[in-house]
Design a protein around this ligand. Structure first.
Ligand code: KG4
Ligand code: ZN
Length: 335
């Protein structure tokens, strides 16, 4: 029998719901983005995000069921993101999921958002199986994860300060590009030279795969201030390209080194930053050189969505990992 999971994602500024069949077949993937709402503030305003999730969730869930051509009675379980993320935003999705589970007497599965990002690759690549090393780079996280099994993880490296996406967003703001900064900075960088300015690449020594992006961020800001003080023109495209290349080099270098150390021949990318074309090209080149099989999801599954939560939730469901009516939002949930 086909098992259908309704998944809900509301950890940041996307209200999303999806119906996933047997873990990897996406029957619907509805995403209502709040980008136009937060754009004018230059970033996500948590209170506004929560209020809009409350407004959008019923319609988004209804549309996900309609597009999947099913009703609540066809479902095997409800999966929901319960962390990490913005506490108020998470609570809206968790409350909706708990209400549906209670009303329809369905099992409830709490999903870690980072687990969801990793699972996006299973949807896109039916042949992909653990173990593999996954780089999860988004607005809130930059982790190198050893995926031992569908629900078993070991963190090999993490950022010690800013997440990669956060650094992209902050530098985009400095360059006057607006929110969300990552895709806009990537576009501007296409016209610039990667080696126009050499920004620092931070490494914590052999065997440590942690990242630090606050140094490169500060270096870019200092560079801009100095040029302004000297009254010299700044080539924004060159700055964008030089910054992007410093971040990409760290992400690729540390991830490939971690895979080498583990003797793992499969590497995957996940999270919003994995939508970046320069990052994908750099990984393509490095993977080819080292005989690594590289996987990344299509753009729509890189950034926040509920299909990835349905996929991750399916593997928890199969293992009988259920939540009860006490499920709460955990804003700093660890993998
Ligand atoms: O995974 P995601 O949608 O949300 C979080 O879980 O954080 O990631 C959003 C982040 C933002 O920081 C955004 O600027 C970044 O991913 N991002 C990109 C690109 N597209 C999205 N960063 C660099 N290049 C891109 N093309
Ligand atoms: Zn995310």
């Amino acid at each position: 029998m086909n098992e259908l999971i309704l998944a809900i994602e509301s950890s940041c500024d996307e209200t999303a719901a999806s119906v996933v069949c047997d873990g990897r077949k996406v029957l619907s993937n509805v995403i209502s983005s709040q980008i136009p709402i937060h754009e004018r503030y230059g970033g996500v305003v948590p209170e506004i995000a929560s209020r809009n999730h409350v407004l959008q969730l019923p319609g988004v869930i209804g549309k996900a069921l309609e597009e999947a051509n099913c009703g609540f009675s066809d479902l095997s379980a409800i999966a929901v993101t319960y962390g990490p993320g913005l506490v108020g935003a998470l609570l809206t999705g968790v409350s909706a999921a708990k209400a549906i589970a209670a009303a329809r007497k369905l099992p409830l599965v709490g999903v870690n958002h980072i687990h969801g990002h990793i699972a996006a690759n299973y949807i896109a690549h039916p042949e992909l199986k653990p173990p593999f090393v996954c780089l999860v780079a988004s607005g809130g996280h930059s982790h190198i994860v050893y995926v031992k099994d569908y629900t078993e993880f070991e963190i090999l490296g993490r950022t010690r300060d800013d997440a990669a996406g956060e650094a992209f967003d902050k530098i985009a703001r400095v360059l006057g590009l607006g929110y969300p900064g990552g895709p806009k900075l990537e576009k501007l960088a296409e016209e610039g030279k990667n080696d126009a300015v050499v920004f620092p690449r931070v490494s914590f020594g052999d065997g440590c795969y942690d990242f630090s992006f606050s140094g490169v961020k500060t270096a870019v800001i200092n560079y801009v201030h100095k040029q302004e003080q000297k009254g010299e023109l700044i080539c924004r495209a060159d700055l964008a390209a030089s910054f992007q290349s410093a971040v990409v080099e760290a992400l690729v270098g540390h991830t490939m080194a971690a895979a080498r150390e583990r003797g793992v021949k499969t590497v995957t990318l996940a999270g919003g930053v994995s939508a970046n074309g320069a990052l994908r090209r750099a990984f393509d080149g490095a993977a080819e050189k080292e005989g690594i099989s590289l996987y990344y999801p299509p753009l729509v599954l890189c950034t926040d969505n509920a299909a990835m939560i349905g996929c991750a939730g399916y593997y928890l469901y199969k293992q009988g990992v259920f939540a009860d009516s006490h499920l709460n939002a955990v804003p700093n949930l660890k993998l």
